[in-house]
Write a protein that binds this ligand. Sequence first.
Ligand SMILES: [Zn+2]
Length: 383
Amino acid sequence: MFRTQAAFCQSVIDLHCDSVKFLSEGVDLLARNKAGHVDLPRLRAGGVGVQVFAAFVSASLPADRAFSTALALLDRIDAFAESSAYLVSARTAAECREAIASGKTGILRSVENGSAIEDSLANLEALSRRGVRILTLVHSRHTAWAASCTDYSVFSFGKPSGEPSFRGGGLSAFGKDVVAAMNSLGMIIDLSHAAEIAFWDVINLSKRPVIASHSCAYSLCAAARNLKDEQIKALAGAGGLVGVCFFPAFLSEAYRLAFESDCGDIFSEISFIEKKYTGSPALHAEYSRLDSRLASRLSRVRVPLSAVADHIDYIVSLGGEDCVALGSDFDGVFSLPEGMGGCDVYPAIEKELKKRGYSEKSLAKIFRENFLRVLAEHDGPAP
Ligand SMILES: [Zn+2]
C-alpha cells in the first residue's frame, strides 16, 4: 500500500494534468497508459502524493454546453479517485496531507476554463460544492468576462454589439464578481492562460493568494503563456505561486521559435479539426494525430530535463523559494523534455535540483508545501 519511494525522498503535488481526456475515452489509467503521461503505476513510482486533475472545457465548445461538460468530466474524475485503494479524493490541505501520509495519491479537482460557469455565479457555487478547488479563469480564447493571453481579437467581452463592456481592463464587471465569489467560496484563482491585463486586475482585487498553475518564466522563454518578471514578483508578494510547466515550447526559447515558425500549416489544421470535431469522440484521435506530427517535426530541437530546473531557479531568484511549485501539464502537451516520459519523472527533477544545491527543506516547499500553504489559506473562512 505504499508508494515506491526507494530512490525518492519528497512527495510531490502536481498542480495540473489533462489526463481526464483519457478517462473520458474509457482508457484504464490504473494500468500503464502507453499513449499518455499519467497512470497509477507511474504516479506511485514518481512519488506523486497529490495529482490535480483538471476538468478541461474547450474554448471551442458551444457556450451552453460548457457547464454540463465540466460536470460530466468531474464525474469521471470522481470515479477514478474511487477506483483503487491506492487513490483517494482530496479536497482540503488536511486531506492532501492525509493522502500523502497514508502512501496513497490524492486526487484534487480543478476546472480549466471559466467558460464552464456559463456566466452564472450559481454555477460557480455548484462547482465549489462539487469539490472543485481551483478554477483557471480562461483558456485559449477570451470568455465573456476575462481576457486570454492567446486570443488576439478585440476585448469585446461577449457584448453582442461588439462594444467593449469597459476599457483598459482584463475583467468585465461580472469577472470582478467572479473573483470576489471565488475568494469567498475558497476557490483558488488560477491565472495560467490569463492575459496580462486580466492578471493585474485579479492581483489588485483578490483578497486571497492566487496561482499560475502551469506556466513558466517569460524572461527565459518568450511564450505568451509565460509570466513576466513583474508578474512573478506580484504573485510572490501576494503569497501565491507559479507551478512550473514541462512543455518544451514554454521552457526553451529555441523550441518556441521553431514551434511558432515551422508549424503554421499544422496550426491551421488544428482550427479546422476543432471546428469539425468539437463535441465528437473523434476529436481526441484527431488531436493525437496532429500532436505526433508536431512532435516529430520539432524533435531536432533538444530540450533537456534541466530546463525545468532553470525555470525553477529563475523564479526563485525573483520571488524566493516560497513561490514555486510544479504544474506539469501532463497529457495536455504534445512533447516533453528529453528523458521525461510522464509522471514518474520527479526523482530525476529532485536529483537535478539537489545538484544545484537545494536543501531537503527547499525541495519540500517546491514539491508540495508551497501549494499546501495556498490551499490551506483557502480552506478557512474568507478574509
Ligand atoms: Zn492549460
